[in-house]
Write a protein that binds this ligand. Structure first.
Ligand code: FE2
Ligand code: FE2
Length: 187
């Protein structure tokens, strides 16, 4: 596997860790609502700024356009589906946040479970299908150039390129690790 694609795979692994925590979070409802709310804020921030901000941004701005340049048929097929998923994910996160603001924890968790299931399906399609097509459509040099663009993209997003908000990727990963430690005794 090339560096560029490996980077995306590894981000999927980290996103899947957040998904595991999101599944466990529901146990806090009714037992410790304040902790539930705080944990969900962390997860929402992670999904919004890490999964969407850093990860989907690279796919949308770099990977998918490079693939469609080489095979236009993908545009109306799997790439269209992936872009629609990303848009759905953004809307779902806003909905979850709204329910959380209204302290409707039960429904926030229902929506969060829908989100994580859909995200797992999405990741499976990319891992099994999209990333393999990318590696067969591009030669090694092209994939290496793409890797450099990924590095630039992460730096630009950290500086606010995505939605004007500055975000620290390592800090988002740390927050997730802290939550993982906190959740260790759950389940
Ligand atoms: Fe994606
Ligand atoms: Fe992805």
């Amino acid at each position: 596997m090339t560096e560029a694609i490996k980077k995306l795979f590894e981000e999927h692994e980290i996103i899947m860790e957040a998904i595991n925590l999101a599944k466990q979070a529901g146990q806090l409802i009714g037992k410790d609502d304040a902790r539930y709310e705080k944990s969900l804020r962390t997860l929402i921030r992670f999904f919004r700024y890490y999964a969407d901000g850093f990860h989907h941004y690279k796919e949308e701005q770099i990977l998918f356009p490079e693939m469609s340049k080489r095979n236009e048929l993908l545009d109306d097929g799997v790439l269209k589906e992936m872009l629609e998923n990303h848009e759905d994910f953004r809307n779902m996160i806003s909905k979850i946040e709204k329910l959380l603001n209204e302290k409707d924890f039960a429904n926030a968790q229902v929506q969060l479970d829908k989100y994580t299931e859909a995200m797992l399906d999405h990741i499976a399609v990319e891992n099994d299908e999209v990333f393999h097509s990318a590696e067969s459509l591009m030669d090694e040099d092209e994939l290496e150039r793409m890797n450099f663009r990924f590095v630039d993209s992460d730096r630009e997003v950290a500086e606010g390129a995505n939605d004007g908000i500055q975000v620290d990727k390592a800090e988002l990963e740390n927050e997730l690790n802290e939550l993982k430690k906190e959740f260790f005794n759950l389940a």
